[in-house]
Design a protein around this ligand. Structure first.
Ligand code: NAD
Ligand code: UFG
Length: 335
């Protein structure tokens, strides 16, 4: 298929673009490079053996998107472009609603105009509410608690309504749990800008000497070792999950939602220990109070994707840490 990947220079989009190219799809990457670099597109080309088409364009530039989608006769859009920092979304809500909600809306309007009806959306486990205990199945109560989460949920709702209005749409909203790891080559991976908010990139910053110690946010949660538990999923598993979802959409119209997680939770200290094992280095840490807004545990019921799309996450926490560490060592200056 001829597929547009918005945000394809970013962390998850670059891995998915590569997976699509390796599955013989024609890939067109559209990214404004606000949180990424063209180097990752070059690396994807190196790994695939041929280059994807690339446009440094904002998804809200309707004229340009229309031109690109028509020129390439795009048949499906995988939509990763957006802003993703929870804390920043609280201080900059307009930027988040503009990029994530308005950006998606503009993209969908162009798609409708051109008769493109297949869409895969990067949603997040952050849409689940705190009124239920994990594990979260897709039908669990929703209740995001910050503008970023609201923006994801708003787009899901928009997509659901769109599919009711016109049954020819084929849409999958994929709710990622905690993406981690990198391509095993060490050529593409996560390159956080500024001080990372997330656990894994921060631990890597400690391992590479950028930060003195990890700050563990809370050791008084009702979890086995008192630290927060999350469902980390290897970015390579996420990538194959997108190809599975695209295959699924060839047989299933309408709005479909899937968790992409492993179904297993690991604590902050288990992640630290695993990084210590794969790197052979100790990771100093200090325990601070809980981070506002954090939950004790979040992990998926991952059965639906397995039953419907025959997809499940295969890679272990060890392989996520190993591949992330390999990427960090090979790219000390990032890119
Ligand atoms: P990322 O920042 O690495 O990738 C997003 C890409 O989109 C970047 O390359 C950025 O330059 C581009 N972009 C942003 N706004 C754009 C715009 N208006 N026009 C064109 N390009 C634009 O982030 P990621 O971790 O790869 O996340 C990809 C998607 O997955 C995002 O939608 C994110 O919300 C979602 N998601 C991520 C996580 C996570 O923890 N990484 C978890 C759940 C969901
Ligand atoms: N943590 C620390 N120290 C740090 C960073 C994190 O102890 O420096 C802890 C957190 O308190 C939490 C766990 O590590 O217990 C994981 O935190 P992350 O920030 O890595 O991930 P979150 O689960 O908070 O959030 C991530 C993304 C969200 C997304 C969510 C679900 O940041 O955007 O996963 O997909 F919505």
């Amino acid at each position: 298929m001829r597929i547009a990947v918005t945000g394809g220079a970013g962390y998850i989009g670059s891995h998915v673009a590569l997976e699509l190219m390796q599955a013989e799809h024609d890939v067109v990457i559209v990214d404004n490079l606000s949180n990424s670099s063209e180097v990752s597109v070059q690396r994807v080309a190196d790994l695939a053996g041929h280059a994807p088409a690339f446009y440094q364009t904002d998804i809200r530039d309707v004229q340009e998107i229309r031109r690109i989608f028509s020129y390439h006769s795009i048949e499906a859009v995988l939509h990763f472009a957006g802003l993703k920092a929870v804390g920043e979304s609280v201080s900059e809500p307009l930027a988040y609603y503009d990029n994530n909600v308005n950006g998606s809306l503009q993209l969908l309007q162009v798609m409708r105009e051109l008769g493109i009806r297949q869409f895969i959306f990067s949603s997040s486990a952050t849409v689940y509410g705190q009124q239920e205990q994990p594990p979260f199945a897709e039908h669990a109560a929703l209740g995001p608690t910050n503008p970023y989460g609201h923006s994801k949920r708003m787009v899901e709702q928009l997509l659901e309504d769109l599919c009711v209005s016109d049954p020819s749409w084929r849409v999958a909203a994929l709710r990622y749990f905690n993406p981690a790891g990198a391509h095993p080559s060490g050529l593409i991976g996560e390159v956080p800008r500024g001080v990372p908010n997330n656990l894994m990139p921060y631990v890597l910053g400690v391992l590479t000497g950028r930060y003195e110690q990890l700050r563990v946010f809370g050791q008084d949660y009702p979890t086995p070792d008192g630290t927060g538990v999350r469902d980390y999923i290897h970015v390579m598993d996420l990538a194959s999950g997108h190809v599975a979802a695209l295959d699924y959409l060839q047989q299933h119209a309408g709005f479909n939602v899937f968790n992409l997680g492993t179904g297993c939770g690991y604590s902050v200290l288990q992640v630290v220990e695993t990084f210590e094992q794969v790197s052979g280095h100790g990771i100093p840490y200090t325990v601070l109070p809980r981070r506002p807004g954090d939950v004790a545990e979040s992990f998926a019921v991952a059965d639906k994707a397995w039953k419907s799309m025959s997809w499940r996450a295969e890679r272990t926490l060890q392989s996520m840490c190993q591949d992330a560490w390999n990427f960090a060592q090979r790219n000390p200056e990032a890119y």
